[in-house]
Design a protein around this ligand. Structure first.
Ligand code: PLP
Length: 398
């Protein structure tokens, strides 16, 4: 029986853990850059399922590729090879310039794998167990214990102590704060090339280059978390490619499967030859044929549809539009970001604005309490940006 949106919401509050503060709508279907709730109300989507649905909703080629794979083979386990995963690994190597791939089911798991690889690499060098990792304040790497341990938000960690230990924190774009944390035991430095949840902070080129030089000098592994800022979002396939600073280990997820839960960590040949070996790491689902089929079609469509060109063009336009808004409203104090990953910084909490926008058919999300984050599908047009800006402005007027 068809239930009303309100009935579903009441049932959800009885059945689901209260770990999310959800907006009071039940989403039902999507088309292009629009979502529809159960009552048929249309929303322009500037969230994309948190930087996931890059290709837009109901992309026929994507859906058909998944359907074809479902009819063929969904899962095999990693005891055997499967062709979609081999194809996906090859394509991912090509667009990233990395050498080896391990498929996971989520972003957090990709970070877990990256941390394990870094620790093993250090362990093989000196046989000791007390290696340290440097992460950044305001970072976000996921909710599992390893990923949480390198997440620079004490509020997320507080109740779950102890963390995995030997994690030290520096600050984004403050190289001295990194140097202060380096010891003989440092095995890795991990950060997001553009911090997402923490407030859309892009790394500066000088910071990237200094950290990279430090890592090379001391044989510390550089782990870049590209889970949110990667997959074309900033106008490069991976955000680090803009700086030419290549990581030793890289994580990706979110838009990698465009909705099918997948992630991956990748590494250079040097790290792979000196870290994880047979028996060290595994996953039942990771890189199964269905997940891999999603990655394959996503990477194919990125290339065929020139997604990154669109990000460059519309991203510039979005930045200009947001700057104009910032110029007209004193409550907006800054605009940060790259490509289609932008943040508007307010001098007050933005929850009210986001709720108002939702009632007017625009989906926005926050990053921290004072920042509106813009991470739309990568196929949006300038007209969509205009529409978004007009709705946002009408919310600010009120
Ligand atoms: C979302 C995110 C993660 C965690 O990914 P999940 O798939 O939610 O586990 C890790 N790092 C960054 C930068 C993210 O944005």
């Amino acid at each position: 029986m068809m239930q009303s949106m309100q009935e579903y919401i009441e049932e959800a509050e009885k059945a689901l853990l209260h770990t999310y503060n959800r907006y009071q709508i039940v989403l039902d279907k999507g088309q292009g850059v629009h979502l529809y709730d159960l009552e048929g109300k249309q929303y322009l989507d500037f969230c994309a399922g948190i930087a996931v649905f890059a290709l837009g909703y109901h992309n026929e080629r994507y859906n058909d590729a998944l359907k074809a794979q479902i009819d063929k083979l969904i899962h095999t386990s990693n005891y055997y090879y499967n062709a979609p995963a081999i194809e996906a690994a090859k394509k991912l190597k090509k667009v990233s310039g990395m050498d080896r791939v391990f498929f996971t089911n989520s972003g957090a798991e990709a970070v877990e794998g990256a941390i394990k690889a870094a620790r093993k690499y250090a362990y093989l060098k000196d046989g000791s167990y007390d290696h340290e990792i440097i992460a950044l304040e305001h970072s976000f790497h996921g909710r599992t214990f390893g990923a949480l341990s390198v997440t620079g938000n004490p509020k997320y960690r507080e109740a779950f102590q102890p963390m995995i230990g030997n994690i030290r924190f520096g600050r984004m774009n403050d190289f001295d704060s990194i140097l202060e944390q380096v010891t003989d035991k440092t095995c890795a430095i991990i950060f997001e090339t553009v911090q997402g949840e923490g407030g859309i902070y892009p790394a500066e080129e000088s910071f990237m280059k200094q950290v990279k030089a430090l890592c090379e000098e001391k044989d510390i592994l550089l782990i870049l978390d590209e889970i949110q800022c990667g997959m074309g979002r900033t106008g490069e396939m991976f955000a680090w490619q803009r700086y030419g600073v290549k990581p030793d280990i890289m994580t990706t997820a979110k838009a990698l499967g465009c909705g099918v839960p997948v992630g991956a960590f990748l590494m250079t040949e040097k790290v792979s030859e000196n870290s994880l070996v047979s028996g060290d790491h595994g996953t039942t689902y990771g890189g199964n044929p269905l997940a891999a089929a999603a990655i394959n079609i996503v990477l194919d469509l990125f290339e065929e549809n020139h997604i990154i060109d669109n990000v460059k063009e519309v991203g510039d336009y979005l930045g200009k539009k947001l700057d104009e808004l910032a110029g007209r409203y004193d409550c907006i104090v800054d605009r940060r970001g790259a490509g289609l990953m932008q943040g508007l910084v307010f001098d007050r909490p933005v929850g009210g604005i986001i709720t108002k926008a939702l009632s007017k058919g625009l989906i926005l999300i926050n990053a921290g309490t004072d920042i509106i984050r813009f991470v739309p599908p990568l196929v949006i047009t300038k007209e969509d940006v205009d529409e978004m800006a007009a709705i946002l402005e009408s919310c600010l007027e009120e």
